[in-house]
Design a protein around this ligand. Structure first.
Ligand SMILES: N[C@@H](CCSCCCCC(=O)O)C(=O)O
Ligand SMILES: [Zn+2]
Length: 373
């Protein structure tokens, strides 16, 4: 019999992972907050941390309630060059966003014994051929803002070029805290064709304590890429913890360009949203692959994070608070008034269901355009 509780652990991220604990990550922020009316699509900048802290706090609380052990700061795409390019905010600085986002994540994490990860992400300058010093200066600016706050570890996320991610890791490592690094690449490698195993080796040599994949592709494809990273580390005799925070969308036809390459991106992805039952399969697959930091990215909503917590409840030894309003494998339907709904109570039914999309005349797959010939 499992109890409902928030895991009030006192250890840091590496102590938890070293102990073999499962760390449940949070889900996607910018896409979800865009749907809620707080983020402008296209440049996806996080000024809402200053303009609408209540909206960011609410979503962070929902992820915590769903079992997240880590709350990432709402600082994605908060580099000065990205903020300038976006044109969304002229009167709010990156420093103000970083500061507000760190306070929000700390406030919510402390409500449930979770950790705070200060996050940096790819910059427009890198693809414009900025020099190593120029690009590193951007990450340093964010690091300096984070060091003024109570952050548990750093996250380097959403990098398509391992070269830029290595620069980010090298800078964040000077902050004296653990660093996690996730690339948004495919099993074929990064944007320049560097294979996942080699990417992992370079990230660990740069100082990353945790390596993996986030965003761009569906959960099972991301797990496959992390397995290739793991093989590369083993071949090189290197050790690191593994993490994965995939898309909450099905993207069977995509490769390195990920969901951004789909004709449906970003405003017609709804038919591709994964179900909570897809998440059960993903979480188990990730766990069996030896990955212990398991979360989500764009498209992953709190109920998806709850599904990770429920699939791994035995391993964690508890259920999240949000499971007080859920029943494992739809057993709650047993009390439904309609017999035909009642008949859908149970694992067998949902685990084997092949859900229809409800869109006659619509294709099941599209033709991606990801900048490659
Ligand atoms: N931790 C972040 C990751 C966002 S990944 C967003 C990808 C944007 C793609 C684009 O630039 O079009 C979040 O949850 O918002
Ligand atoms: Zn994402």
């Amino acid at each position: 019999r499992l109890n409902f509780c928030v895991c009030v652990c006192l250890e840091g991220i590496l102590e938890r992972l070293d102990a073999g604990e499962v760390v449940v990550g949070d889900g996607g922020y910018v896409l979800q907050l865009e749907r809620r009316g707080y983020v402008k699509a296209g440049h996806w900048t996080p000024e809402a941390a200053v303009e609408h802290p209540e909206a960011v706090r609410q979503l962070e609380r929902e992820f915590l309630r769903a079992g997240a052990d880590v709350i990432q700061t709402f600082t994605f795409y908060c580099s000065e060059d990205k903020l300038e390019l976006s044109g969304n905010v002229s009167n709010i600085t990156g420093a103000q966003i970083n500061s507000a986002a760190c306070d929000l994540a700390r406030e919510v994490a402390d409500e449930g014994g979770a950790l705070v990860a200060g996050g940096v992400s790819q910059t427009p300058l890198y693809v414009k051929k900025g020099s190593e010093n120029e690009v590193k200066a951007i990450f340093k600016k964010q690091l300096d803002d984070f060091l003024k706050k109570d952050i548990d570890f750093f996250m380097v996320e959403y990098f398509e070029y391992v070269g830029e991610a290595v620069w980010a890791v090298e800078v964040m490592k000077t902050g004296g805290k653990p660093v996690g690094a996730t690339l948004c690449i495919s099993p074929d490698g990064d944007r320049e064709g560097v294979p996942p195993g080699e990417c992992a080796v370079r990230l660990v040599k740069a100082g990353a304590d945790i390596v993996g994949i986030n965003c761009h592709l569906d959960p099972l494809t991301c797990v496959r890429t992390v397995k290739l990273m793991k093989e590369g580390l083993e071949k090189a005799g290197l050790k690191a913890h593994l993490m994965v925070q995939p898309l909450g969308f099905h993207t069977p036809e995509c490769n390195i360009g990920g969901y951004v390459s789909l004709p449906e991106y970003p405003f017609a992805l709804e038919t591709r949203i994964i179900t909570r039952w897809d998440v059960h399969k993903y979480a188990r697959e990730a766990y069996n692959a030896g990955i212990r930091y398991i979360g989500g990215c764009c498209g992953f909503e709190p109920y998806h994070i709850r599904a990770i917590s429920e699939e791994l409840a035995e391993e964690r030894g508890f259920l999240p608070p949000a499971s007080t309003k859920h029943s494992l494998w739809a057993s709650t339907l047993e009390t439904h008034t309609k017999p035909w709904v009642k008949a859908r109570a149970g694992r067998q039914y949902w685990e084997n269901l092949l859900p229809a999309s409800g869109r006659p005349k619509c294709p099941s797959m599209a033709t991606p355009t990801d900048g490659r010939p």
